[in-house]
Design a protein. Structure first.
Length: 565
């Protein structure tokens, strides 16, 4: 600490005024040598004192850390997302007036620290020189507090009721009575009250179950095309938001900006979950020494851009991916990759695909006359979440033991009779799957609504079935019209198009590719009660009989992005 203090000048609890008179608590860290500096601004809901400059100061950058409105020492009332454009812009104006600012400002940060950047991106404030939104969504209904219609129960509850349910986050650190049991309580709209911490915004998020105007007002998807600020979008394959990183990249390229501006954006996706934790190991896998080589990418990006460099100086390729299995970084220049061979692998069985010891297989040959598979989905006995691509359990200590993200053996799930397993024969050579993954499932249910969950796994020679990517679709959104859900007709066959998270993984020779199909993953997603009632206020549930089809008229399949080796 003493050495650090010799290199930094600190101004604590500076009160920065907003246009409506609210003052936000702000800390300023300046290098001791020099008078004017490029500035890194970090706006956060998690206590500005956690950002102290560190490596950025050593790189000659000033650091400004700020509590967002209504959090910690800042004035005003916190409500997620709605004040961040104006408050961020006013903070930039304040920085512009400071004698230590040289006129260039960059931003970085994970999760909510990324959302405050997305809120500013379209303003193109004159000071904004570079952005680095990490591990976040521009459309928090589509991928965030909901996932294609399914309520993200553990995430929404833990963040809105525990993490930001009061001015500070101490509630998140309290020993909690029994979170798994609490999350099974119904109706879900009252989980905040039952936790002892009533939350206005939790109740708003839970009751607005379709993508209506409430969610459009909180989305940055429509404004991103106007962004002219070079942006490095960071994602993790085992986070909740890798799909969003590529969607946001497409949004940035969709506007009318000059081509040079469009080519200033970069994407970086690594073997991470919700944040970079400095280690090569995640879950039950170790991705090797290469995995940590981009851990400093944010500070390098900010130093390059704020000291007169260009995105090309930072990284020539537009996209940098960590390819799991091979465990190496690789540069690309488009998404999906131009050389992708999108290949259909059809689901086959003679009606006994239940569990990993059943007769479910995958093949590139379309099905002909095959029996359907059936399973019973009981919302009172949902499949447990084991690992996965999500952001629960990283900053939510009370949920560590019930919902950890990352690669884990799915064996305990695959022995359940309500899980269908379809497995490719043993691979005779390495097979790379990099890109978006879709499951087209022809299915029917006895309920008025239900969920279908699909998961792609890498089956090792020793029998471990490691989850690679997953997705869910709530039945009433089968048309994928997010603002106009329609209940299902019991017994009718629908094509459910389930979008899994994108991935980059090499299945090694001797491994097998497996697709799992079920109807729940709790507590990641709220178990669908199957009744067709209002998801927020429903208090009863029904057992649903699920039937999946794979015949000539209903060729259920997964679309895999195969990359030639």
């Amino acid at each position: 600490m003493g050495d650090y203090l010799r290199h930094v000048r600190i101004m604590r609890n500076v009160r920065v005024p907003m246009r409506d008179g609210v003052e936000l608590a702000t800390n300023v860290y300046l290098p001791r040598e020099g008078t004017k500096f490029p500035v890194v601004l970090v706006r956060m809901a998690y206590n500005r004192a956690h950002i102290t400059g560190g490596e950025l100061i050593e790189r000659g950058l000033a650091v400004v850390s700020q509590d967002t409105r209504g959090r910690y020492a800042s004035d005003g009332k916190f409500y997620p997302f709605i004040h961040e454009t104006n408050d961020g812009y006013d903070t930039l104006d304040w920085i512009a007036r400071q004698p230590w600012c040289n006129g260039k400002v960059g931003m970085y940060g994970d999760s909510y620290l990324a959302s405050v950047q997305l809120a500013l991106a379209h303003t193109n404030h004159p000071l904004l020189t570079a952005l680095n939104p990490r591990f976040m969504s521009a459309d928090i209904w589509r991928q965030g507090y909901y996932c294609d219609g399914a309520f993200s129960e553990a995430l929404t509850f833990s963040w809105l009721c525990l993490e930001v349910g009061s001015r500070t986050s101490e509630a998140n650190l309290m020993p909690f009575f029994n979170i798994p049991m609490l999350l099974r309580e119904r109706p879900i709209v009252d989980l905040d009250i039952k936790s002892g911490n009533r939350s206005e915004y939790y109740r708003d998020f839970a009751t607005n179950y379709a993508r209506n105007q409430f969610w459009r007002d909180l989305s940055y998807r429509e404004t991103l095309p106007a962004c002219r600020v070079p942006s490095l979008l960071t994602g993790g394959w085992y986070d909740y938001y890798p799909n969003e990183a590529f969607r946001m990249y497409a949004d940035l390229l969709s506007g009318d900006a000059p081509e040079a501006i469009k080519r200033s954006h970069r994407v970086l996706v690594g073997p991470w979950t919700h944040g970079i934790h400095g280690r090569s190991k995640l879950g039950q896998l170790d991705f090797g020494p290469e995995a940590t080589k981009e851990n400093d990418h944010s500070s390098r990006w900010l130093e390059t851009m704020l000291k007169g460099g260009t995105p090309q100086d930072y990284q020539k390729a537009l996209i940098r991916l960590f390819v799991m299995g091979d465990n190496v970084w690789r540069d690309e220049n488009e998404w999906p990759l131009a050389r992708t061979q999108f290949t259909r692998y059809y689901l086959h069985s003679q009606g006994s695909a239940n569990t990993c010891t059943g007769d479910g297989t995958l093949s590139t040959s379309p099905p002909q006359n095959e029996s359907s598979d059936k399973f019973t989905y009981n919302p009172d006995d949902p499949c447990p979440t084991i690992g996965g691509n999500h952001s629960v359990g990283t900053y939510n200590p009370g949920l560590y033991e019930i919902c950890l993200p990352g690669p884990y053996d799915q064996g305990p799930v695959e022995t359940r009779p309500d899980v269908l397993c379809f497995t490719l024969p043993v691979l005779e050579s390495d097979t790379e799957i990099t890109g978006p993954v879709w499951v087209h499932l022809f299915a029917s249910t006895s309920g008025r609504d239900t969920d279908f969950v699909a998961r792609l796994c890498d089956v090792y020679p020793d029998g471990r079935s490691i989850n690679i990517t997953e997705g869910v679709l709530r039945g009433r959104f089968y048309e994928r019209k997010w603002d106009a859900p329609r209940l299902l007709e019991p017994g009718a066959i629908y094509e459910f198009r389930i979008e899994l998270q994108p991935t980059a993984n090499v299945w090694k020779k001797g491994h097998r590719i497996r697709v799992n199909v079920t109807s729940s993953s709790f507590p990641l997603w709220e178990p669908n009660p199957n009744t067709g009632g209002d998801p927020a206020t429903e208090t009863r549930w029904e057992i649903a009989q699920q039937t999946t089809y794979h015949d000539a008229q209903h060729p259920s399949h997964v679309v895999l992005p195969i990359i030639p080796r």
